[in-house]
Structures are given as structure tokens and as C-alpha cells.
Design a protein around this ligand. Structure first.
Ligand SMILES: N=C(N)NCCCC[C@H](N)C(=O)O
Ligand SMILES: O=C(O)CCC(=O)C(=O)O
Ligand SMILES: [Fe+2]
Length: 334
């Protein structure tokens, strides 16, 4: 007897929405946006290809992250230990669903001068950059600029999926994207019992669109929950593609048409896994509520109240590090 085929995630060609492309016509944009619409509706996760980010850059991002986690000294990690939400987190410091995640990580966020008096909160202050490897900061900043451009292209395509006249509809609230760049290191789990530790517990992402760069040598680690909740689908890396997923704010904007998808990481292999997600998010002060067009398409009733993205994010940070209830509150988390 043959087993059922393993479901895999859809593949989206973003090239019609890149500013540098020679392939941008209403027809090519429409094809790409339609495929994106289906992917966001049926999975909320997909592979993004033809994005034009140089493979030399993505390869060096992963190797710099690996170098930091495996070869920098405990002192230099401690030197950038987390202050508020920014900086290095030791294994077990991040909590999901009340359990410690078996990964270490460094978070970089957009830096802002004026956050409505938020400078004393967890998002105040400057990013904490590792001193070793010495070129990490510069290469990560270069990568960040590239990914901000790609984030813009993807939200254009998402808008276009709601009609060509809506191409810029999400851009209005992402021009000052409160982005996050995170590098993560996962030692292999010691126990097969998930109650004794999981690499990253089941969650949805908080904002708009996540672009994941993951260790090409590890399979089976990142798993995506199917929409019916019945199957975990492996989101294994494929060469030169990003694994992309949508977050809680997209779910709200689309009035639930494109739900943010639950996912988790279980790394049981032998090697040390690294990943670098880039979270392209709304502006901190963006007020997110269902788009008119999406409400029309979903039966005419608004399913979500307006929320300020920054408040949603602060609730999540509280849950991750301070044992608040943020990690379990809100949409998609029940
Ligand atoms: N989207 C972000 N920033 N991901 C970071 C880790 C997700 C798990 C987190 N403890 C949680 O419960 O949300
Ligand atoms: O490392 C991964 O593959 C995914 C990490 C993730 O889901 C997250 O950081 O939000
Ligand atoms: Fe995630």
C-alpha cells in the first residue's frame, strides 16, 4: 500500500512586482497575485522565488549567524544580553505557551527616536550588535535594506490580489515598517518527548509578512499546521527560495480570509540549525482594521476590532519574556 503524498507548500513567483523587473505587465502581475491569493487562503505559507536577492548574500547571512552562535565567546554573547526586547536571548529564555523554547536568538528592531513616549519600554534603546564576527553588523544591515524592498513588493502583490486599484493598500501602513530581524540557533533536542522541550512552540507570527532564511542542510524542523488543523506540513528549505508566511495583522486586514498560520520548530537532527527570519511589519502606530473589500468578500460583517499594531506587538513581547498573557491572547491563538 502506498502512503498518501506529502502535501507541500505552493510556490510564488514575485518577479512581476519587483522594481527592477522586465517582466511587469498587468497580465503577469495578475497571475502572480492570483497565485498568492490562493496560497494565502489555503496555507498562509509559501515559497517565494525569483526575488532577486543574491544567493551570496543569503549564504553569508546564515554563515555569520552560525559563527556567532557557535564560535563567539560567552563573554561576547553576554555583552549583548537582551535589554527589553533587543539583543541576545539564551536557550530557554523565550517562552511559548508557557514552555521554554530550546533556542537562542538575537533580535534587532527598527530604531526610532520618537515612539510616543515608549523609549522607556521594551522597544526603547538601540540594537545590540555582536562584536564578533566583525562583519556581521554591516552584512546584516545590507540584507535588511534588500528585505525591506522585497517586503514592499510582496505587500504590493497582496494588495493587487484585492484588485489592481488596491496595489498600494497595505503599503499605506507599512511605509515605516516596524520590522524585526531575528537570528536563531537551535541545538538538537535531547528528548523525543515534546513536553520536555520543543525548539520553538506552536505560534502565529504577529504582523504582516515573514521571510525565512533557513539552514539548507536541515529537513523536517519547521512545520506548518494545515488549515483543517489535522496535518503538520514540513516547510523544508528549497534552494534560493524564501519560506514566507503571513501574520496576525494580515488576518485582520483580510477579515479572516487569509488567516495567520500556526507553525512550530522541532529540530531533532544531529547538527546545529540556524535560521534568520525577517519580519516585515506594519508601522508601529498603524491602526489595523478589516479592509472594506475584504469585508465584502467575507459576508459583509467585520470580524475584528481595530487594533494598533504596536499594542499587539507589546502584548506578544510581554508573553515571550515576562510571563504576561500576551502570547496567548488575541486572534488565531485559540
Ligand atoms: N514572530 C516572532 N517574533 N517569533 C518569535 C518566536 C515565536 C514564539 C513566541 N514565543 C510566541 O509565543 O509568539
Ligand atoms: O526557525 C524557523 O524555522 C522558524 C522560526 C519562527 O517561526 C519564528 O521565529 O517566528
Ligand atoms: Fe514564527
Amino acid at each position: 500500500m502506498s502512503s498518501p503524498p506529502t502535501p507541500t507548500l505552493p510556490i510564488i513567483d514575485i518577479s512581476p512586482f519587483l522594481p527592477t523587473t522586465s517582466n511587469s505587465t498587468p497580465a503577469s502581475k495578475s497571475t502572480s497575485a492570483q497565485a498568492l491569493h490562493t496560497a494565502c487562503h489555503t496555507h498562509g505559507f509559501f515559497y517565494l522565488i525569483n526575488h532577486n536577492i543574491p544567493p551570496t548574500l543569503t549564504t553569508s547571512i546564515l554563515s555569520l549567524a552560525r559563527h556567532f552562535f557557535l564560535h563567539s565567546t560567552p563573554t561576547s554573547k553576554a555583552h549583548i544580553a537582551r535589554r527589553g526586547a533587543r539583543g541576545w536571548q539564551h536557550i530557554g529564555e523565550n517562552v511559548t505557551k508557557g514552555l521554554r523554547d530550546m533556542h537562542e536568538a538575537v533580535d534587532f528592531y527598527r530604531e526610532v527616536d520618537d515612539m510616543d513616549g515608549m523609549e522607556d519600554g521594551p522597544l526603547g534603546g538601540q540594537n545590540l550588535w555582536p562584536e564578533e564576527p566583525p562583519e556581521l553588523k554591516e552584512v546584516f544591515k545590507r540584507y535588511l535594506e534588500e528585505l525591506l524592498g522585497l517586503g514592499e513588493a510582496v505587500v504590493r502583490a497582496m494588495g493587487y490580489a484585492f484588485g489592481s486599484e488596491n496595489e498600494e493598500i497595505f503599503l499605506r501602513d507599512t511605509r515605516e515598517s516596524f520590522w524585526v530581524l531575528r537570528m536563531i540557533g537551535y541545538p538538537p533536542l535531547q528528548s523525543t518527548n515534546l513536553d520536555e522541550g520543543i525548539s520553538c512552540g506552536e505560534h502565529t507570527d504577529y504582523g504582516c509578512t515573514t521571510f525565512l532564511l533557513a539552514d539548507p542542510d536541515v529537513k523536517g524542523a519547521l512545520q506548518v499546521l494545515s488549515r483543517d488543523g489535522g496535518t503538520w506540513i514540513d516547510a523544508d528549505p528549497i534552494p534560493e527560495a524564501f519560506v514566507v508566511n503571513i501574520g496576525d495583522m494580515i488576518e485582520r486586514w483580510t477579515n479572516g480570509l487569509w488567516p495567520s498560520t500556526r507553525h512550530r520548530v522541532i529540530h531533532r537532527g544531529s547538527g546545529y540549525r540556524v535560521s534568520v527570519p525577517f519580519f516585515y511589519e506594519p508601522d508601529f502606530n498603524a491602526r489595523i482594521k478589516p479592509l472594506k473589500k475584504a469585508v465584502e468578500m467575507t459576508g459583509g460583517v467585520e470580524k475584528f476590532e481595530e487594533v494598533k499594531y504596536g499594542d499587539h506587538l507589546l502584548g506578544k513581547i510581554a508573553g515571550n519574556f515576562y510571563g504576561g498573557d500576551g502570547a496567548e491572547e488575541g486572534i488565531g491563538n485559540t
